[in-house]
Design a protein around this ligand. Structure first.
Ligand code: SF4
Length: 211
């Protein structure tokens, strides 16, 4: 009997599941490293632990599969889903200062809420997991990536090649969020143009969430 050919959506689901599982495997040692380091009293040395998520220090770029992982987290986690309108408000602000290219650029991360990373235990990008104060990473800088981080970058890049081919791009986080939340972003833009409910909701949430 001929085998049933997978439909496009079942093939996409397979790619999503397989790539996300492999991405989790790449992140796992970094989560363990972060947990271990953050137990040391000198780890942050009095610094705000998410200082690096704000414009002054932040130029973090991520890959398309890391962005997809964030989108899936928002789709599947009700608490995150409830926070999405505020993320979109912050995203709109972040995008104003960015050019749409693959360059490093400074930005306030829209996923920083009340001083915490919204996707910390779920879908944190590899670079964010591997970025540590210099005594644990780059001896030349204030902060830097650990050896485990560099290994994870190589694996992450190979994973994106494997599932997306060689033409994918690293982009700063807001530029990838704009893409993975394009439906929501476009809906809000259309609603704002029409002066409809999206615009009203947007105005209501304008001042929330920037910390
Ligand atoms: S994803 Fe999280 S850790 Fe990374 S810059 Fe954004 S808020 Fe910070």
């Amino acid at each position: 009997m001929p085998r049933k050919r997978p439909t496009r959506s079942s093939a996409n689901r397979y790619v999503d599941e397989a790539s996300m599982k492999e991405l989790d495997q790449i992140r796992a040692p970094l989560y363990r490293e972060l947990e271990k380091l953050s137990k040391e009293t000198s780890y942050q040395a009095g610094k705000d632990s998410h200082l690096c998520c704000t414009r002054k220090y932040n130029q973090m770029r991520i890959s398309p599969l890391e962005a997809r992982s964030i989108a899936i987290a928002f789709r599947e986690n009700p608490e995150l889903r409830r926070g999405l309108p505020a993320v979109l408000d912050r995203l709109e602000e972040s995008l104003k200062g960015l050019s749409d290219n693959g360059e490093r650029q400074s930005f306030d991360c829209p996923l920083l809420e009340k001083g915490k990373c919204m996707v910390h235990n779920i879908a944190k990008p590899v670079g964010c997991l591997a970025w540590h104060p210099r005594q644990y990473s780059d001896p030349e800088g204030e902060y830097g990536f650990t050896g485990k981080g560099w290994t994870a970058f190589a694996s992450r890049d190979g994973l994106n090649d494997k599932y997306l081919g060689p033409d994918w791009k690293l982009r700063v986080i807001p530029l990838w969020l704009k893409r993975v939340f394009s439906r929501e972003v476009n809906y809000r833009a259309r609603s704002a143009e029409a002066g409809g409910t999206g615009a009203r909701r947007n105005r209501g949430g304008k001042n929330r969430g920037r910390n």
